[in-house]
Design a protein around this ligand. Structure first.
Ligand code: XIL
Length: 342
């Protein structure tokens, strides 16, 4: 009788201690790590990733920002002048909201993955109408839903001049300014980004051409908020840290943000431990610089080799992502996590 309250007290204390021990030992997810660092760490997704329970759990456990790998490209979003394919995008927006994730939009103005009615444009007025209508329609529907949007993608070609795209041929070089102004008008809150590849290093033909284009836009008062470096890298080429940091700095000096938008590091097959170590070094350098420079977001172009775009695009290359064919984390994943935990 006398012992009972004591026993009850001991039981309570015991439960409290085991609960505390359990909670402190429960593994933290990558998501909770990046959230606690205030770092935006994301990935490109396909509609199926959100439907498969295992894939969607992996997304929720690791990332706090998503981008559509394909469904927001005009080939899919606006396959004809009158038909809009909203349902997949609506699902993505809902998934992100339900899981408190941010979203990048990708992309309006590009030379690839356009529908025939855009590829066949020949008249300036008609092209201007399609361009402004598309941007306005999408950003009105999703006003306030996107953190950043790649308004234009890959507008500079490998020789450092404006690419000879359908938009360039029909409208002329002013299509870029027009696209950004239209986007700003439709959604004043979304960060407007000019995105490209091979634009990450100061002192290269394309890197400098990209910078000069952006500087011109800023000087003209075009509403651009930031630039995107895609960063599709090769394991065999170490990161030129000085050139990357110098580039980030000069965009900062223009008052712009820098996002790492499509990071992957492909390996020339067959994979060897040495090549994997080289790949890890590239990923680590990028992530370290991203954290040091406090960039806007760090987004992977795919998480698993199972759904990778790499083998189909770069023959003889693969194994470019942190999760393997079976969606198991590679050693690389652990090393990225360590950098994020710091
Ligand atoms: C790629 C997708 O990953 C592929 O599935 C698709 O077949 C082609 O496009 N730069 C970009 C991305 O801006 O949109 C591209 O995505 C990869 C290169």
């Amino acid at each position: 009788m006398i012992q009972r309250p004591i026993q009850r007290g001991l039981l309570l204390v015991g439960t409290f201690i085991s609960l505390t021990v359990f909670l402190s030992c429960a593994p933290r997810t990558m998501r909770s790590v990046v959230d606690s660092r205030g770092f935006l760490f994301g990935v490109a997704v396909r509609p199926g990733d959100l439907l498969d329970p295992k894939d969607s759990k992996l997304l929720k456990d690791n990332f706090n920002i998503l981008v559509a790998e394909n469904i927001m490209k005009l080939q899919y979003l606006r396959p004809t002048a009158t038909f809009w394919n909203w349902s997949d995008v609506d699902n993505l927006v809902r998934f992100a909201e339900e899981n408190r994730m941010k979203l990048r939009g990708h992309t309006f103005v590009w030379h690839n993955q356009n529908p025939p009615f855009i590829n066949n444009l020949s008249d300036k007025e008609a092209a201007l109408k399609v361009l402004t209508e598309t941007i306005t329609e999408v950003l009105t529907r999703y006003k306030g839903k996107f953190y950043e949007y790649d308004v234009c993608n890959e507008v500079i070609d490998d020789n450092g001049v404006l690419r000879n795209s359908i938009w360039m041929r029909t409208i002329g070089p002013e299509y870029i300014d027009i696209a950004f102004k239209t986007a700003r008008q439709a959604d004043p809150s979304v960060k407007l980004i000019l995105n490209d590849y091979n634009n990450e290093y100061a002192g290269t033909v394309k890197g400098d051409a990209f910078y000069n284009l952006v500087k011109g836009m800023v000087d003209r008062g075009v509403p651009i908020d930031g630039v995107g470096f895609q960063l599709h890298m090769l394991a065999e080429l170490p990161v030129n840290k000085e050139a990357l940091q110098a580039n980030i700095k000069r965009f900062r000096d223009l008052g712009l943000t820098v996002s790492f938008t499509e990071v992957d590091v492909r390996i020339k097959l067959p994979v060897t431990p040495e090549k994997e170590a080289a790949q890890q070094a590239v990923y680590e350098d990028l992530l370290r610089i991203a954290r040091e420079e406090n960039i806007s977001c760090f987004v992977l172009w795919g998480y698993t080799d199972a759904y990778s775009w790499i083998p189909g695009t770069f023959a003889g290359y693969g194994s470019a992502h942190p999760f393997d064919q079976n969606k198991q984390p590679k050693k690389l994943y652990g090393s990225l996590r360590k950098i994020l935990e710091k």
